[in-house]
Design a protein around this ligand. Sequence first.
Ligand SMILES: Nc1ncnc2c1ncn2[C@@H]1O[C@H](COP(=O)(O)OP(=O)(O)OP(=O)(O)O)[C@@H](O)[C@H]1O
Ligand SMILES: [Mg+2]
Length: 217
Amino acid sequence: MNEPLLVFRGIEKSFAGSQILRNVDLLLYPGNCILLSGKNGAGKSTLLKIIAGLETPEQAEIEYSGESHSWKTVIRSIRKNIIYLHQQPFLFSGTVLSNVAYGLRFTSLNRKQRRESVIEALEWAGLTDVATQDAKTLSRGVQQRVAFTRAWILKPKVLLLDEPMANMDHESREQTSLLLRRMKSSGMSIVVTSHMQQYYDGLADQHFHFKRGRLVP
Ligand SMILES: Nc1ncnc2c1ncn2[C@@H]1O[C@H](COP(=O)(O)OP(=O)(O)OP(=O)(O)O)[C@@H](O)[C@H]1O
Ligand SMILES: [Mg+2]
């Protein structure tokens, strides 16, 4: 593997005196996918949220460009490159098209470029046929793909997916798996939590399991 994009080291996290994460390290490489498994309450979502800057650890260092910094001092500047997708896809009321276009409003693209980008992303995800439908009326599996596409269009360097295939039928899982493969081959670093390892064969490059707050291979 090449140089890591980001390295998180020594993550410690407790809730109400109970330690959830103990000295957890995570190395994120471009085009690499890490699968995290562990029982309910093990700390999977907590770890993703700390990486995304949505939850504060008691202790953590972040290394990038050959230097180490405390989590607190750099998380703000790096989190624009990191997208966290919740297990329950959060979609706005409105069409699939407007949902996918949402994040582009904050970029420097002009109207025409934004439109082209949205059309391309909808094609990429196989969502062209439902582009003008109200996103909230779609099935869960399709809603999850809309959420992926909304993330994909922003081209984050790191994508954190929390149980993306929960409650999906086999076909939706296959489609989701295809999208994940494409995201990976475009160079994104992906961290995914799942209780269903069988869907990540050939997709995950590394697999870690939570055991008493630590990550074990
Ligand atoms: N904001 C919070 N306040 C207090 N406790 C929390 C908070 N967030 C998580 N916890 C606790 O931390 C532990 C780890 O939770 P987390 O959601 O990270 O587990 P998980 O591995 O994602 O579980 P699941 O498989 O159910 O999604 C749990 O015991 C949970 O109750
Ligand atoms: Mg969770």
